[in-house]
Structures are given as C-alpha cells and as structure tokens.
Design a protein around this ligand. Structure first.
Ligand SMILES: NC(=O)c1ccc[n+]([C@@H]2O[C@H](COP(=O)([O-])OP(=O)(O)OC[C@H]3O[C@@H](n4cnc5c(N)ncnc54)[C@H](O)[C@@H]3O)[C@@H](O)[C@H]2O)c1
Length: 401
C-alpha cells in the first residue's frame, strides 16, 4: 500500500520511518530544503537515525517530495503539520488548512485521512473534512480518523511501538482501517467512542502537565521565600507511594506541546461557555517564571544587571534536542536585555539561533543555566562564570530555583 505523510518534522518523519517497514511511504513537506536533505538520507530530527532513512530510501519504500501531484496514487494520508499559536496566542489552524488543500486538490479517489496534529475537539469533523471537501474539485467520499501523536522526541524508553495509541474514526469503517494501519507498528491501540474524545484526551494530557508544572513553579517561589529547598521538599513528598506525582520547577515550559495545547483546550472551553480558569492561570504562572528567574539573578548581583555580561546556557527547551520552539530561554534573554545586561548564549546543539552563533563557555560575569544537555559537564558549566544560577536543579552548590 502506498501512503503519504504530510509534514516531515518531529512527528511526520518519525511515523514515516516506522511505516516504511510496511508501506511505500511518500513524505510530503512544503519545505524543499528539508525534502532535499531527506532524499539524501539526512535526518533533521533527533531520534530518527539517518541510517534508517538511508535504508528505506535504498529499498525504495521511502521518498520525500514537495509535489502535490505525487500524492495522487496513495491510499492513506496522515496529517502531521504544526498547530501553533498565532501572535495573540490563539489556535492557528492555517497549516492544517494548507494540508487539507494539498489533499483536496491532489487526491481524487477515496482514501483514509488520519490527523495526527494536535488540535481541539471537533477539528476532524468540523474543520478537516469540510476543508478537504471545499478544496476538492469533485466530491470524494474519503474516510476520516484522528490518532493524536504522543511522541516525545529524544526519549529512549517509549516510542511508536510501545506507546499506546488513541484513535477514532468518523465512521466505523474509518476506525477499522485506522486500527489496521497502526497495528503494523504499534503494540497497543486504544479505540475511543468519537474523534472528539481522542482530540480532547490529547489536549488534557498536556494540560495536566502544564497545570502541575505551574503548581510546582509557584511552590518553588514559596519554598524560596520560606528559606527551604524546593527539591528536598519535593523528594520528601514523593516518598508517599500513592496520590502524588513529582514535577520539578523550571524557568518555564517550552516546545510545541505544553505551552500551546492547553490554550487550544481553553479556547474551545470558553467558546462553549465552560470555564478554563486553571488552564489560563497555569499558562500565566509558567510564562512569568522567566521574569522571576531574572529577578532572583538581579537580586543576587547587587540589584542591577545593567552592563553585566550574562551568558544563558542551554537554549533548546529541553535536554539533548535542538528544538527551540517556545523556549523559556528566549523570554529570559528578553528580560535580561530589558534590564541592560550584555547577553550571550551557549548551546552547541542549537548552533545558530536568530542569526547568532553559540558562544564558548567562558567570559561572562553571570551564567544562567536553562537546559543541561548531556554534552555539557557540570564542572564546565559551574566554571563558566563566577556566579551561576541553575534553573535545572542538576548543579550542586549553585544558587537556583
Ligand atoms: N514534536 C512533538 O513532540 C509532538 C508530539 C506530539 C504531537 N505533536 C503535534 O504534531 C504536530 C506536528 O508537530 P511537529 O513537532 O512534527 O512539527 P514540526 O515543525 O517538527 O514539523 C512540521 C513539518 O510540517 C511541514 N509543513 C508545514 N505545513 C505544511 C504543509 N501545509 N504541507 C506539508 N508540510 C508542511 C514543515 O515544513 C515541517 O517540516 C503538531 O500538531 C504538534 O502539536 C508534536
């Protein structure tokens, strides 16, 4: 069977590589640079080995393209495109709309369309299906299903095979075909009663994380005010064998999911007249952590950062990936610059960011550790500046959260 995966990023490429063992996969992406690299067997995603990609290219079961016409013969399409926030932090479905246009204009015989992009309940039924029908020149009776992606890039213990996968079709036939498809490379498939339940479950999973992270971030501030260690207190609480789950403080949440998905849930809740107070407040608390960190650093440095050389260490939003989407480091840097600090940053995984290159680990008066990649040794980081503020909780002897 020939299938297409629209979007060859973290989610789409990961799925493509797993599916290539069983299907002829066309990886469609509208970024031609990404497509060219993929066709040379060069992966741009941590967790997807270039070696695997090369193997599937060689066997003829994978190729990337930017041409919509290449999708004409496929029997199944997976949508895996970004669902970010707009500048005013509202759900942005423009990428999904574009993907629907590609499908509508190029696929003229009935196929199964599965959405893996994260969005609010009702997206499959009320947005994707009508959009594809709108863009099709003639009416085609596609099958539609949702299977929200749970991949955690850079994670070794859970992957496509052993992470349970939720799914639901708009019709029983769509559900059945979706089950058949994923059962080739997923061990545990969990069918739910409607696409809306699957869509909502995905949003709730990430909202649960966002709210708990906000709670622990607030608690870090309380612990500091009380003069006790937040980490010791959390470890103590975590000895309770039930009813407690440990989250750790940070300078804020980053990435494509935790800072974004809860806003999709809040938006749809409020549209339906339901409250989303916890969700909105958690978002505010997490966003405000960058300011709290800079306040603490300023207070420790004679109350001013003006003219001080500050290096921010670790720009990626989490260890061992180069992903800078929604990174809290950006907000920390904005606060530092607003207070007159001379800011540089170090992150050799990210390399180049906003036209600037990662700087070596020395020469600053103050270092703020945001993300500790494995390649960074604690000794080197602690020696990076006379004053090192640690937001990760991994460096002993440094001031921090
Ligand atoms: N990254 C994660 O950890 C993760 C986990 C679970 C779910 N998700 C969700 O999966 C979806 C995709 O996220 P991602 O992290 O893979 O994004 P990504 O930015 O890594 O990749 C998206 C890819 O889609 C391409 N693209 C954008 N519009 C396109 C279009 N119209 N046609 C073809 N290609 C297009 C981009 O060029 C890019 O290569 C999002 O909804 C996200 O919330 C992501």
């Amino acid at each position: 069977m020939k299938i297409a995966i629209i979007g060859q990023g973290y989610v789409g490429l990961t799925i493509s590589v797993f599916a290539s063992e069983h299907f002829d996969v066309i990886g469609f992406d509208n970024n031609k640079i990404v497509v060219d690299k993929l066709n040379q067997g060069i992966s741009h995603i941590e967790g997807v080995a270039s070696l695997d990609l090369k193997r599937w290219i060689k066997s003829g079961s994978y190729r990337a393209t930017s041409y919509g016409a290449d999708l004409a013969e496929v029997e199944l399409v997976v949508i895996a495109v970004p669902t970010p926030l707009t500048k005013d932090r509202r759900p942005d479905l423009t990428y999904i709309d574009e993907a629907c246009k590609t499908i509508g204009e190029n696929i003229v015989r009935p196929v199964l369309v599965i959405n893996e992009s994260t969005s609010f309940p009702g997206t499959l039924r009320n947005f994707i299906k009508p959009a594809i029908e709108k863009y099709s020149k003639k009416h085609v009776e596609h099958l539609y299903a949702i299977s929200p992606e749970r991949v955690d890039p850079g994670r070794g213990d859970y992957n496509q095979k052993n992470t349970p996968r939720l799914f639901s079709g708009l019709t029983p036939a769509a559900s059945e075909k979706t089950r058949e498809f994923y059962s080739n490379f997923c061990d545990i498939l969990v069918e739910v009663s409607s696409p809306e339940v699957a869509e909502a479950a995905k949003l709730f999973e990430n909202t649960f994380r966002q709210v708990n992270i906000a709670l622990v971030n607030e608690f870090a501030q309380i612990a500091h005010a009380l003069g006790i260690s937040v980490y010791e207190t959390l470890d103590a609480a975590n000895t309770k064998p039930y009813g407690f789950m440990k989250f750790t403080p940070s300078a804020g949440v980053g990435g494509h999911c935790i800072p974004v998905d809860p806003t999709y849930l809040a938006e749809v809740a409020e549209k339906h007249g339901a409250p989303a107070t916890f969700i909105r407040r958690a978002n505010e608390v997490n966003l405000a952590m960058s300011q709290y960190v800079v306040d603490r650093v300023q207070a420790d440095n004679h109350g001013t950062l003006t003219g001080k050389k500050v290096q921010v260490i670790g720009i990626a939003y989490k260890p061992n990936v180069a992903d800078i989407r929604e990174t809290a480091a950006e907000r920390v840097i904005e606060h530092l610059l607003a207070r007159g600090a001379i800011v540089s940053w170090h992150d050799d995984l990210v390399g180049t960011w906003k036209g600037e290159k990662s700087t070596p680990l020395h020469g600053a008066e103050i270092a703020i550790v945001m993300t500790l990649h494995d390649y960074l040794s604690s000794e080197k980081v602690i020696a990076a500046a006379p004053y090192v503020f640690d937001t990760t909780g991994k460096l002993s002897g440094c001031p921090g959260l």
